[in-house]
Design a protein around this ligand. Structure first.
Ligand code: SF4
Ligand code: SF4
Length: 167
């Protein structure tokens, strides 16, 4: 796998656009064939990428996309910040166009200038699970992951390598 290195969202959008047709056709093939080794390949590429690349050198996701927040996330974050959930909702959260709770600003209000997260140990489930390249049944999130190529340099490299390992 080509070593993952930092790319800005603008750069990733251009690269993803350039490969859009090819990646789209590859995804179509994966959905049809459902290769048995897909999860193993993706997990191995995920670990390989994060062995040499640190999210602290990136934070694209924290800067440009907002995680969906559950009631549990709100309670945990409020406890971490020693606030009442109602105060946290008022200060940091809004409802998006589909009615989900999300942070009211981007970059995320809890992202520090050095890319550390103020609430790291108690960050939301969506924050912990992003970019989803280590989850099971990757075949179910191929379209979402294609979209994530525009934000996450690791997801972009995982797709580029997958095209070679699962021809
Ligand atoms: S998960 Fe991806 S987009 Fe987010 S900080 Fe890490 S490498 Fe960057
Ligand atoms: S809560 Fe932390 S991990 Fe989640 S988006 Fe904000 S800064 Fe990033």
């Amino acid at each position: 796998m080509k070593k993952a290195e930092y790319k800005s969202p603008e750069e990733l959008k251009l690269l993803t656009d350039k490969n859009r047709q090819e990646t789209g056709a590859f995804i179509k093939k994966l959905k049809k064939k459902k290769p048995k080794n897909l999860d193993d390949e993706v997990h191995s590429l995920h670990h390989e990428a994060f062995e040499s690349f640190s999210c602290l050198d990136c934070a694209n996701c924290c800067k440009t996309i907002g995680p969906r927040l559950t009631d549990k996330d709100i309670d945990r974050l409020a406890k971490h910040l020693k606030m009442k959930p109602s105060a946290l909702l008022e200060q940091y959260v809004k409802t998006d166009e589909v009615g989900d709770f999300v942070f009211n600003s981007r970059p995320c209000p809890f992202l520090l200038p050095d890319n550390y997260c103020v609430v790291y140990e108690n960050r939301s489930k969506a924050c912990r699970e992003y970019p989803h390249t280590n989850r099971k049944r990757f075949v179910q999130i191929l379209n979402l992951s294609h979209k994530n190529c525009e934000t996450c340099p690791v997801v972009y490299e995982v797709f580029e390598s997958l095209k070679k390992t699962i021809p």
